[in-house]
Design a protein around this ligand. Structure first.
Ligand SMILES: [Zn+2]
Length: 116
C-alpha cells in the first residue's frame, strides 16, 4: 500500500516525475512509493524516491567520446598546438609556456633565469 499525502505535505525526498525531471532525474524503473492527492482526491500525482532515481542522460560510448574530445580540445593550446595535462586558461587562451613567452617553452622551463 502506498502512502497518500496532501498537496505540499509530502516528504522532501519524494518527488513527482515532473520534479525529478527538473533535477535531470527520472524514476529509473521504480514503482511510485507514494502519491499526493488534491482537489478532494480528484487529482493524483505519483511520488518517487529521489535516492532511487537515475540521471536522465545515461553515459553512452558516444557521449563519453564526445566528452573526451571536448576535454582534449580544452587541453590543446591554440598557440603551439601542444596537448597539456591541464585545461588551457580561459583568461589567456594559451598554455603556460605560451603565456610566459619565448625562452620559456618546453619542459626545460627555468623558473629563475634572471641571474644568467
Ligand atoms: Zn601553447
Amino acid at each position: 500500500m502506498t502512502d497518500v499525502y496532501a498537496y505540499h505535505h509530502a516528504p522532501r525526498h519524494l518527488l513527482t516525475r515532473r520534479q525529478l525531471r527538473a533535477k535531470a532525474l527520472r524514476p529509473g524503473g521504480q514503482e511510485p512509493v507514494a502519491e499526493i492527492r488534491w482537489w478532494g482526491g480528484q487529482r493524483v500525482a505519483y511520488l518517487y524516491d529521489v535516492d532511487r532515481a537515475l540521471p536522465v542522460r545515461e553515459m553512452t560510448p558516444g557521449r563519453a567520446r564526445a566528452l573526451a574530445a571536448a576535454m582534449l580540445a580544452r587541453r590543446t593550446c591554440p598557440g603551439c598546438r601542444a596537448v597539456r595535462d591541464y585545461c588551457i586558461s580561459r583568461r589567456h587562451g594559451l598554455c603556460q609556456p605560451c603565456v610566459d613567452g619565448p625562452g620559456h617553452a618546453g619542459d626545460d622551463f627555468d623558473p629563475s633565469p634572471a641571474w644568467r
